[in-house]
Design a protein around this ligand. Structure first.
Ligand SMILES: Cc1ncc(COP(=O)(O)O)c(C=O)c1O
Length: 499
């Protein structure tokens, strides 16, 4: 397919504007461009066809089943788009004075209240714009809390299990802490014996996803909380997997002190490709003074922005946070009425149904009831037929399914991490099972069909190292260096794996 620049013909336009007789604005010399921007020049039909064709070459949750583990790619109900596009929400200026924005403030306040209830923690800030930003915010709160107690220097370590998502150690490092890794035991829980040797008076806290990235609920969570609280450390809950437990168990009741939500996963916000997202945090009372400002306050009659937090860590995002995400999340939550529990129960049921039908055909590293997702291994397929997790993922594209997450968590060799979500019907799950079982059969009988997959896709197998390290994301005009021509050092790097 040609790039839009390759279609460009000098002088062609998609539309014309009438000439005007307005005065030419004064632009200081140093701010003037020296030459016109090099934009593609195409007529409207070509423009429309170009982007329409491009849109058919991609895959989204609207075009097929998308069981990408840990990413919770659920259906985004269209009613959410209707409400977010109501003029009172869509056209609201972020600097609108409070009296004229009571509806928006009320929605944010109500969302805060619901999130506090789901987390089992009393104070919420909606500001962070992604799970990872929620993590960083939570860790900055941890730091502010210990600094306030005069313990900032003494507490330098944050414990993270070896199943953790990559953003956890990254956030810990960005927040100025040191990562202390802890192992997973044979049942898929944190290894409590290993943990005891890692936690002491220099520990600031634990960072844990529960259920973990293995899709397993930690059976020792109360004991773990006691170990951390026993040395005065805090417990941080990475809420990326909250879809499994809403209305069933609450991080605050498990002993966690700080929680982030991934609104875009748990409460259906179109996401992928970097956004938009929402990563609110909920905390225990003793951490509330440090939360970002403004908070959304309600005095019984009106709603207002509250900046009165002298110990705040400050702002982490412009204005009040990603408002459109709040509206969609609120709409999704309300569509379940008081039955948010039903959402999680269906997600867990769907995952266990898939697991039960697939566990004899693939290796199952931790044979337990799973939560909203589970991790299989393609290790036996690789050993017996040379078919890897990547091959299985590519072959699934031939069946019009998005591949699951592969090679993550890192402790499972040839990992396939599958998350169906609550919005898929049984028929789709059955079709997926049939495809997965056929792949196992083909691995034995005609492995080349799998190794050459995907067939008939606009893009087959890419050089992953080059795609990750030398991505060419703009048109290479004649005066730009040809980056694709110098891959040598990149090729030596190991392919990027994981979610
Ligand atoms: C377990 C876990 N933690 C944290 C994150 C980071 O969330 P976000 O992508 O919203 O920054 C993810 C994202 O996939 C995740 O799966």
């Amino acid at each position: 397919m040609k790039l839009i620049y390759e279609r460009s013909q000098e002088g062609r336009r998609a539309s014309g504007l009438p000439s005007n007789d307005l005065p030419v604005p004064e632009v200081p010399d140093e701010l003037r461009r020296e030459r016109l921007p090099r934009l593609p020049e195409v007529a409207e039909p070509e423009l429309v066809r170009h982007f329409s064709n491009l849109s058919t070459r991609t895959f989204g949750v609207d075009t097929g089943f998308y069981p990408l583990g840990s990413c919770t790619m659920k259906h985004n109900p269209r009613v959410n788009e209707r409400v977010v596009n109501l003029p009172g929400f869509k056209d609201l200026h972020p600097l609108q004075e409070e009296e004229g924005a009571q509806g928006a403030l009320e929605l944010m306040w109500r969302l805060q209240e619901i999130l506090a209830e789901v987390a089992g923690l009393p104070a919420v800030s909606l500001q962070p714009a992604a799970g990872s930003q929620g993590e960083l915010t939570g860790l900055l709160l941890m730091r502010a809390y210990f600094a306030d107690r005069g313990e900032a220097e003494a507490r330098r370590k944050v414990v993270i299990p070896d199943t953790a998502h990559g953003t956890n150690p990254a956030s810990v490092t960005m927040a100025g802490y040191e990562v202390t890794p802890v192992q997973t035991d044979p049942r898929g829980n944190i290894d409590v014996e290993d943990l005891r040797t890692k936690v002491d008076e220099h520990t600031a806290g634990l960072m844990l996803t529960n259920p973990s990235t293995l899709g397993l609920f930690d059976e020792n969570i109360e004991e773990i909380a006691a170990i951390f609280h026993g040395v005065g450390a805090l417990m941080y809950y990475d809420g990326a997997n909250l879809n499994a437990v809403c209305g069933i168990s609450r991080p605050g009741d498990m002993g966690f002190d700080i929680v982030h939500f991934n609104l875009h996963k748990t409460f259906s916000q179109p996401h992928g490709g970097g956004g938009p997202g929402g990563g609110p945090i909920a905390v225990r009372q003793r951490l509330e003074p440090f939360l970002p400002v403004p908070a959304i306050a309600h005095d019984g009659e009106t709603f207002r922005l509250d900046y009165d937090r002298p110990k705040t860590i400050g702002k982490v995002r412009g204005f009040c946070g990603p408002f459109g995400v709040f509206v969609r999340s609120y709409a999704y939550i309300r569509s379940f009425g008081p039955g948010l529990r039903e959402m999680s129960e269906t997600a867990v049921l769907n995952a266990n149904y898939l697991l039960a039908r697939l566990k004899d055909a693939y290796e199952l590293p931790f044979d337990r009831l799973c939560m909203h997702e589970f991790v299989l291994s393609a290790r036996t397929l690789k050993r017996n037929h040379g078919v890897t997790a990547l091959d299985v993922a590519k072959r699934l594209m031939d069946y019009d399914f998005h591949p699951p997450t592969v090679y993550f968590p890192l402790i499972v060799p040839e990992a396939l991490m599958i998350e169906p979500t609550e919005t898929e019907p049984k028929e789709t799950l059955d079709d997926f099972v049939e495809a997965m079982l056929e792949i196992v059969q083909d691995a034995a009988e005609r492995p080349e069909a799998i190794k050459e997959a995907p067939h008939g896709r606009p893009v087959g197998r890419v050089d992953e190292v080059k795609a990750a390290k030398r991505a060419v994301v703009r048109y290479l005009f004649e005066d730009h260096p040809d980056l694709s021509a110098e891959p040598t050092e990149a090729r030596e790097l190991e392919a990027q794996k994981g979610a």
